[in-house]
Design a protein around this ligand. Structure first.
Ligand code: PEP
Ligand code: MG
Length: 569
């Protein structure tokens, strides 16, 4: 059994098809520039028509944004800069076209691979892809075309280029395994969007696998079994069928509302760390964003706090991407374990109990103001809810809200358009705030319970400490009582209450949270459909009765037992 990284889920059982690229032996030769320029011209023309043809095949299975990679390739194949540099070398050095192409390509790849930005580094793969095709065309060698497959196979390759993945015919390409690549490599991203099982980074597979070998690709675990026994085939056929069944069933939930069997509606939304995560939330049927952790924007920045325009662009991208669905953006939550490269926090005995989150923002109001202005400018582009992390007292909330009001007044005076339905809410992560929720809700438009911290502060157990990790007990009745107080406190003043800590996406916790009256559940995008299936199968009335008992239990174990019984597990 070979081990790799599961890059696109599923199970495939078929024969090995080794995809081997032509081996090019390019050597420097003296040549007549005129002849070489003609050859180059023809090779560029064939490269363009090859890519156009692949794009056409790919357009049957890929979405418009995924086809963009081929537009990038066409742009490169038509790029006067690339072509100009090769021509220049042919003319100046009087060398053969394939050699000049190789030299220029290597240099460009090197430049892109050394770039700081991960996205730009990955573009080196595109340059390699296009120039390899160009070189093959110059050498008169055919690149194998996956579009011509005519029997079910698992493709085994060193790596797959975007052109390879684009020309995959899903009817016969049942999956692929590559020697190199990670979860964010092009081939992995493409595999996920084509929904073809893929395992990447399988060291030694090219050597071990032979064309035509029976193979099992378990892209749920990230393993490859060559020449399996009949028992293994039967076992994995069953595993694959089970996975497919579940996937189909979950897909059906995508556009459904999240509503209990007796008509109680809630919102299931996603947690994100960057604008790029919006797509995943929508694909998984998210009804909004319940937590955008903006600190990643600050942590990514190299030498200073991100300026207003940079932040505005990120917030606007999220709001526009969500197309009118509600987006909860949390103001900067830095300190504790989250550090910045360009700012030194004062040493403290207990950083988690020190200058963190809103406490930092209330000390550095200049930094807070920049973020609030960026948020307010973005609010004109969607439904924005802003929330402050780590609020402990009514006074802190009022002070932060005043900063928001000042930024808003300032922008309006400048004639800048801001949204008129922005909600300003409060995270409940500190027991003091949970206990006083009915008072806080007079001032806040909504609450979002951050259970990761609420558990840590209630249990006085550092969330980073392994020896006290047994105290991470979100289902402990003490926590459930704090959650109940928070939800009831919000409702008392007609406000809504969400949850964005990990607990919100936990399948065992969902029934009791529903019963306690939680209005919004925010979780990682991939948990949304499962949570919807769970909630849509529950009776709110029954869960309410169960939750009333849960807060009267003695231990987390008792609560777990009670929940399991109530949902028949
Ligand atoms: C939380 O504390 O539950 C939360 C959502 O915030 P973070 O995990 O970012 O501290
Ligand atoms: Mg927190």
């Amino acid at each position: 059994m070979l081990k790799g990284i599961a890059a696109s889920s599923g199970v495939a059982i078929a024969k090995v098809y080794k995809l081997q690229q032509p081996v090019l032996e390019i050597v420097r030769k003296d040549a007549d520039p005129e002849e070489e320029l003609k050859k180059l011209d023809a090779a560029f023309a064939k490269t363009v028509s090859d890519v156009e043809r692949i794009k056409e095949v790919a357009s049957k299975s890929l979405k418009a944004e995924e086809l963009a990679v081929f537009d990038a390739h066409l742009m490169m194949a038509n790029d006067p800069e690339l072509r100009g540099q090769i021509e220049e070398m042919i003319k100046n050095d009087k060398v053969n076209a394939e050699y000049a192409t190789e030299q220029v390509a290597n240099m460009m790849v090197m430049i892109f691979e050394s770039m700081e930005d991960a996205y730009m580094r990955e573009r080196a793969a595109d340059i390699k892809d296009v120039t390899f095709r160009l070189k093959c065309n110059l050498c008169g060698k055919e690149i194998p075309n996956l579009a011509t497959l005519n029997e079910p196979v698992v493709i085994v390759a060193k790596d797959l280029t975007p052109s390879d993945t684009g020309s995959l015919n899903k009817e016969f390409a049942k999956g692929f395994a590559t020697e190199i690549g990670g979860r964010t490599s092009h081939s992995a991203i493409m595999a996920r969007s084509l929904e073809i099982p893929a395992v990447v980074g399988v060291k030694g597979i090219l050597e071990e696998a032979q064309d035509g070998d029976p193979v099992i690709l378990d892209a749920l675990e990230g393993t490859v079994i060559l020449n399996p026994t009949p028992e293994q085939v039967a076992e994995f056929e069953a595993k694959g069928a089970e996975y497919q069944k579940e996937k189909e069933a979950l897909k059906a939930m995508k556009d459904q509302p999240s509503v209990s069997t007796d008509g109680h509606k809630v919102l299931l939304v996603g947690n994100i760390g960057s604008p790029a995560d919006v797509e995943g939330v929508l694909e998984n049927g998210g009804e909004g964003v319940g937590l955008f952790r903006t600190e990643f924007l600050y942590m990514k920045s190299e030498d200073d706090f991100p300026d207003e325009d940079t932040q505005f662009a990120a917030y606007k991208a999220v709001l526009e991407g969500m197309n009118g669905k509600p987006v909860v953006i949390r103001t900067l939550d830095i300190g504790g374990d989250k550090k910045l490269k360009y700012y030194t926090f004062e040493e403290e005995m207990n950083p988690f109990l020190g200058v963190r989150a809103v406490r930092f923002c209330l000390i550095r109001k200049d930094i807070f103001r920049t973020q609030l202005r960026a948020l307010l400018r973005a609010s004109a582009f969607g439904k924005l809810c802003i929330m402050f992390p780590m609020i402990a007292t009514v006074g802190e909330f009022k002070e932060a809200k005043q900063c928001y009001d000042d930024a808003r007044a300032e922008l309006i005076a400048e004639g800048v358009k801001v949204g008129d339905d922005v909600e300003v809410g409060c995270m409940i992560e500190i027991p003091a705030a949970a206990v006083l929720a009915d008072k806080l809700s007079k001032y806040a438009d909504f609450f979002s319970i951050g259970t990761n911290d609420l558990v840590q502060y209630s249990m006085a157990a550092d969330r980073m400490s392994e020896p006290v990790s047994y105290l991470y007990q979100p289902l402990n009745p003490s926590l459930l009582r704090l959650i109940k107080m928070t939800i009831d406190g919000a409702h008392k003043n007609g406000k809504w209450c969400g949850m964005c800590g990990e607990m919100a996406g936990d399948e065992i916790a969902a029934p009791v949270l529903l019963g306690l009256g939680l209005d919004e559940f925010s979780m990682s995008a991939t948990s949304i459909l499962r949570a919807r299936r769970m909630i849509n199968g529950l009776s709110y009335a029954e869960m309410k009765a169960m939750a009333e008992k849960a807060v009267e239990c003695d231990t987390a174990e008792e609560v777990t037992e009670l929940i399991k019984n109530s949902i028949g597990k």
